[in-house]
Design a protein around this ligand. Structure first.
Ligand code: ADP
Ligand code: MG
Length: 435
């Protein structure tokens, strides 16, 4: 056995069997490239590397030193990157497919305060094509479910035997220019004017394309005149889209304009659970809650995270537990604690709880001030390197026992109260991802 493997055998005695099986046994020591002061190990994916570096690299280095008497620099690198590239390419191909996605259904769409207006509008339209809101215009930020909702209506119509065209402005433009070039505008017009339902995604890309807007306007008039249902989405309210003809803007508002807002925590949780169900991924409540607090608002991230978790757990034959999840999500969280200081934490908590930062640092005894102060202290302890006496000084407390008392209290609450725990997680993630 080479020295590198020997060291891992010793490490095996110091960690749990589970840890060893998950992370250490797959490491390969490079006998050729390692030297007396550099130990090179290979792992098979980037995520394990981070994990091992954080958790075991120091231990491994220490064991080397004990065994060989020299300080060794431990390097853990990736064996091959081919697999990663392949997956990326595959997902890219998927995006260009313009057909309706059958899993974009109403039953798969989780409704909460942030999206219930848009949901109700689209649902209503799907039950009364052409008769209630025509056109229906949905707008909102990236990844909030506009395409999903639009296609949910499209799927309903399609199942009723209607001819549905779903297209993005980009595809519409490609189709248009190709038809101009091939002298086939007749066919182009026939296609878009003979459908029963027209769904056009990401209308903001019409901006400054005069010729296309002209054609688009006539398509709209023809369909609307025939009572055919039209649904649009965009990232902004029609009024706010620059470089758009006035007559188009006004027509976009003829029917109903509905917005989608970023999902609240509960809605995010519901969405994650739904996605797990659809993708047959099993996650504990803790993990679901954790993911919900880490992702910001873009729901699209959820699918990325789940497939990442799933892929890595398959690859490594491990169950998905909270530590594993945290490790996988590290990139997403952009966790750079160096820039986080007590001022910044105090400000973020104060803003979130609607009080002044100076109140957190004051001696105020009112309930919500004490509450905010305790949370701030706890998070400062978690996220900064400050010692208890330093914390005591910063928060104007008598001595470090007051700080340790506070931290004990918060820990108790976290264990008792699920909502409180979520709140703390949410704040922590806000702080770690806001710079
Ligand atoms: P947008 O078009 O607004 O950028 P999408 O409709 O493409 O966003 O949604 C991004 C992803 O998030 C999709 O996989 C979609 O299914 C999912 N999603 C968004 N909102 C919800 C929701 N409320 N319930 C379930 N899935 C959702
Ligand atoms: Mg979209």
């Amino acid at each position: 056995m080479n020295i590198g493997q020997e060291i891992l055998e010793i490490l095996k005695e110091e960690i749990t069997e589970l840890e060893y099986n998950r992370y250490i046994q797959h490491l390969n020591y490079d006998v050729k490239k390692s030297t007396s002061d550099t130990a090179i190990y290979y792992a098979h994916n980037a995520l394990v590397i981070n994990w091992i570096k954080n958790k075991y690299a120091d231990k491994i280095a220490h064991l080397f030193e004990v065994k060989t008497g020299t300080k060794v620099n431990v390097q853990i690198t990736l064996k091959n990157r081919v697999n990663n590239k392949k997956t990326k390419k595959q997902t890219e191909q998927k995006v260009t497919n313009s057909l309706l996605n059958p899993s974009h259904s109403f039953s798969n769409f989780m409704v909460g305060g942030s999206n219930q207006f848009a949901y109700a509008a689209v649902k209503n339209v799907s039950e009364n094509a052409g008769n209630v809101y025509n056109p229906l215009f949905i707008y909102g930020g990236v990844g909030l479910g506009k395409t999903h909702l639009m296609q949910a209506a499209g799927n309903v119509f399609q199942n009723e035997g209607k001819v549905v065209i779903y297209t993005t402005v980009e595809q519409f433009l490609n189709d248009f220019t190709r038809s101009l070039r091939n002298n086939s505008m007749e066919r182009f017009r026939e296609k878009y004017r003979s459908c029963d339902v027209l769904l056009i995604d990401d209308i903001q890309f019409l901006s400054n394309k005069e010729l296309l807007q002209e054609e688009f306007f006539h398509t709209f008039e023809a369909l609307k005149g025939d009572g055919k249902q039209i649904i649009f989405t965009a990232d902004k309210h029609p009024k706010k889209i620059a470089g758009l003809e006035e007559r188009l803007k006004s027509r976009f508002e003829w029917g109903l304009v509905a917005d989608i807002q970023p999902p609240e925590l509960e809605t995010k949780i519901a969405i994650i659970k739904k996605k797990c169900e659809i993708n047959k991924v099993e996650l504990s409540k803790d993990i679901v809650n954790y993911i919900a607090t880490v992702i910001d608002s873009n729901v699209r991230e959820i699918e990325g995270i789940l497939s990442k978790l799933h892929a890595y757990s398959q690859l490594m034959h491990v169950d998905i537990d909270l530590d594993f999840t945290k490790n996988v999500l590290k990139d997403q969280m952009n966790e750079n604690r160096a820039n986080i200081d007590m001022d910044m934490i105090t400000q973020t908590v104060a803003k979130d709880l609607n009080i002044k930062p100076s109140e957190i640092k004051s001696k105020g005894r009112s309930k919500n001030i004490v509450y905010a102060r305790r949370i701030t202290i706890y998070i400062c302890r978690e996220l900064t390197q400050n010692t208890m006496p330093q914390l005591a000084q910063y928060f104007g407390m008598k001595d470090h026992t007051a700080i340790s008392h506070t931290i004990r209290k918060i820990n108790e609450l976290i264990n008792l109260d699920e909502d409180f725990k979520l709140k703390i997680n949410e704040l922590t993630n806000k702080i770690t991802s806001s710079h």
